[in-house]
Design a protein. Structure first.
Length: 119
């Protein structure tokens, strides 16, 4: 993914990913309710996402459409985290996650299944 989105821009994108194509005013209303953001802040962030090629806006009603899928952004963000914090090592990330808290038998079984599916 070539588009780098900041945390605030990801909040805007998350509304689109959750709710689908919606007017800019819907995004602003949601983020005011969820985060207490001022409407102008949201509109500024929508414009930034448009400049980056993450959102396409059309008339009537300033309808917004996500141009990048959530999965693509998740993969890019995960890869960046692995590179930045774990020297590019997936197994170091995995070990860090598993070492954080006690997992239930069901969670362990699910992880085993994921690993089995990769083989």
């Amino acid at each position: 993914m070539d588009v780098k989105l900041f945390d605030s821009e990801l909040k805007v994108m998350s509304v689109l990913w959750r709710d689908g194509d919606v007017p800019a005013k819907h995004i602003a209303k949601q983020l005011t309710e969820e985060l207490g953001w001022n409407v102008n802040t949201t509109y500024t962030l929508i414009k930034r996402c448009m400049k980056k090629g993450a959102i396409e806006r059309s008339d009537p009603g300033f309808m917004c459409h996500a141009l990048v899928p959530k999965e693509e952004v998740q993969e890019a963000e995960t890869n960046e985290l692995i590179d930045k914090m774990y020297d590019g090592s997936v197994d170091k990330l995995f070990a860090a996650l598993l070492g954080r808290k006690k997992l239930s038998a069901a969670q362990i079984e699910k992880l085993k299944q994921i690993v089995d599916d990769l083989e």
